[in-house]
Structure formats: C-alpha cells, structure tokens
Design a protein around this ligand. Structure first.
Ligand SMILES: [Zn+2]
Length: 361
C-alpha cells in the first residue's frame, strides 16, 4: 500500500512539473528573442557612427550588410576608361574610370571619414586622373594614363586588398565608397573651362600652401587657404636624431654645411617662414636649405616644423602631413563633420574653380 502510494506520489511530481517546464522553456525562448531584437535594433542605425570613426582598423561589431542601397553602374554617366600601370606586376590594366576611382579613394582616404569628405576625395581623384590623361599620362610608364604608385601618381587598392584591409567591414565600406563615386559620377573640377591639377594631401597643419612654395609654378587655383578644423590621424609628428647622427646626416647630404657637433645650437636656425607657417629657409651650419629639402633629408611628415636642439638630441616637431598643396583630407573631414557638403569642401580648397561633368563642358 505504502509503496503504491509512494510511486503514485512520484508520478504526481512529474505530471505537475511538465507544464512548468514548458512554461519556463517558452519564457527562455521569449527572453532570447527579446535580447536578439534589442541587439539588432541597436546595431541597425549605426551607419553614421562608423563613418565618423577615425581609424581604418576592423572592429568586432562591424556591419556586414550594405547600409546604403547603391545602384553600382559605373557606366551611368560616361564610359571613359583608363589604362592603369601596376608597377609590382609590371602590367597595364584597362578599366572603367569610375571603377578605378573607387580603388584610389580606398587607398588614399580612410573609409571612416565623413561621406561628404569621401565625395570630395572622389572628385579630386577623378580630376587628377583626367588631368594626367590630358598631360601625357604616367611619368614612370608613358604607355599608361596613370600608375598605382603613391610617389608617382595615386595609390590604388584592388578588391583583394580592400578585403584584406577592411576585413568584416568590406561590404559596408565598399558600398559607402560606391555611393561617393556614383553620387558624383563624372564630376570634375574646372578652372576657366579646363580640368585642373587637383593636388591633395593628408593634413595641412592649419593652412594649405601656395603651389609655387612647393613646386615651381604659381597655379591660380592652388592658393594657401585656412583649414581651421582638421580631423584625422598623423596631424602632428616628431622626428628625433642623436646629435652625432644629425651632424653626419647634414654633412652627408650638404657637404658645404661643414657642421660640427660642438655649438650645434648655434648652427641650426630657422631663417624664414611662409605665411602658412611652413619653413621657407633653414640654416644648417654654413649652408642654407629650403623647408622642402629639409623634409626630404630628415624624413619629416611636412615642412611645417620647429627644431629643438637638446644636450643629446635634435628633435623636429611637425604639423600636418604631406606637401600641403590643394585639398587637405583631414580638413575635408573636419568640414564634413561641420555639415559642409562636398562641393563646399572642394570650392574652399581649390580657389576659383567650378564643377563640371565629363563630356558636358
Ligand atoms: Zn605614375
């Protein structure tokens, strides 16, 4: 009797808890679904936040979907093609101009910059390319219109390189750049009806430079302008040499300097600055060089620098990155953050220009 009672009791335990277990399971599923929903809701509208990031490095929670519906049709406005020389492979590839421009912007500007800055970069890179085509093509390979070397023409990233650099952000970044290309398809910068030499650089240090202070010609649309708000990496830099190494380097590059380690403080002197703040003339021992030459000899980010001579070292403190002529990329990013559109950015950095469309000017 008692045994039966016990067993009945045991059975009762199971029958009573089944609905509870089922209920708990449903509750658990509901909670999981709720959490997933909340996480997705938080992640979906994050597009602009990614754009304002200052690094190009992949992040864990990157979106893998395409946030901007883009009709990627690079022949939408024109069918211009370009012969691009790849020095590493030693070959020339012909591709659509707009397809090439996307690869240039991927290599020349962080995809984390503001969309309007990216569009300004697209128009500048397209203009630079057209100018190259119209002026004898690439200097390294005369059979090509342009090459992928940053020291000769413009950097370019292939799709494989974009995948490697961007990782999980590839889809997002690619569609963002495709939008910048398609929204400005065919647009180029003109001065008095002619395609301009649209030079650009990483960061200006506050002021861009007149073309004749860096290159030989005074070009009317490459004037020094203020670039008050810059957002980007490598805006300041430092290059340090031990005193002995510095002296050796100077005498190696400039034998007429006759520099000595003793009284070094008296032998290094900034003689004059351009109004932009870049060094015009620098005294090195018995020699005088330009700031541009100093940049080359000492491997400086820019010719906007001060020199500090200590008991053990010579330290260059630099502002800006690059030659300083034309559009500042960090300045374009700053203007975009302040609400400027790409046209306002371009008209600010290129004096007196207008925007035209290939085949319509
Ligand atoms: Zn080239």
């Amino acid at each position: 009797m008692s045994k039966k009672k016990r067993s009945r009791k045991k059975q009762k335990v199971y029958t009573v808890h089944w609905p509870v277990l089922l209920g708990l399971t449903f509750l658990l599923v509901a909670v999981v679904l709720l959490i997933v929903g909340v996480v997705r809701a938080c992640a979906l509208p994050a597009g602009e936040a990614y754009v304002t990031e200052e690094t190009d490095e992949p992040i864990i929670a990157a979106p893998t979907w395409s946030p901007l519906p883009v009709d990627i049709n690079f022949t939408k406005v024109h069918r211009t093609t370009v012969k691009v020389f790849f020095p590493d492979e030693g070959e020339i590839r012909e591709m659509l101009l707009e397809e090439y421009i996307l690869g240039v912007v991927a290599g020349e500007m962080p995809a984390s910059y503001g969309l309007e800055a990216l569009k300004a970069q697209v128009v500048a890179a397209r203009t630079y390319t057209l100018y190259s085509i119209q002026h004898g093509g690439c200097k390294t390979n005369p059979n090509a219109d342009i090459c992928t070397s940053s020291s000769c023409c413009q950097t370019y990233r292939t799709e494989a390189q974009m995948h490697k650099t961007w990782g999980v952000r590839y889809t997002y970044n690619y569609s963002l750049l495709a939008k910048a290309v398609m929204d400005t398809a065919g647009e180029v910068l003109l001065y008095k009806g002619k395609v301009i030499d649209a030079m650009y650089h990483g960061a200006s240090g506050g002021w861009t430079e007149n073309s004749e202070n860096v290159y030989s010609n005074a070009i009317p649309y490459l004037r020094s302008v203020e670039s008050a708000h810059e957002i980007g990496s490598r805006q300041t830099g430092e290059v340090t040499y031990a005193r002995a190494t510095f002296v050796e380097k100077v005498n190696g590059a400039r034998p007429n300097a006759h520099m000595t380690e003793e009284n070094l403080e008296d032998q290094v002197k900034t003689l004059s600055l351009y109004p932009s703040g870049r060094v015009e003339k620098l005294q090195l021992g018995e020699d005088v060089i330009t700031g541009k030459t100093a940049r080359k000899i000492f491997g400086l980010d820019s010719s906007m620098f001060t020199v500090e001579v200590t008991d053990s070292e010579v330290i260059f403190h630099t502002k800006g990155f690059g030659h300083g002529v034309g559009m500042s990329q960090a300045g374009a990013n700053g203007m975009a953050a302040d609400g400027a559109d790409y046209k306002a950015i371009l008209l600010h950095y290129y004096t007196g220009v207008s925007i035209g469309v290939i085949g319509q000017y």
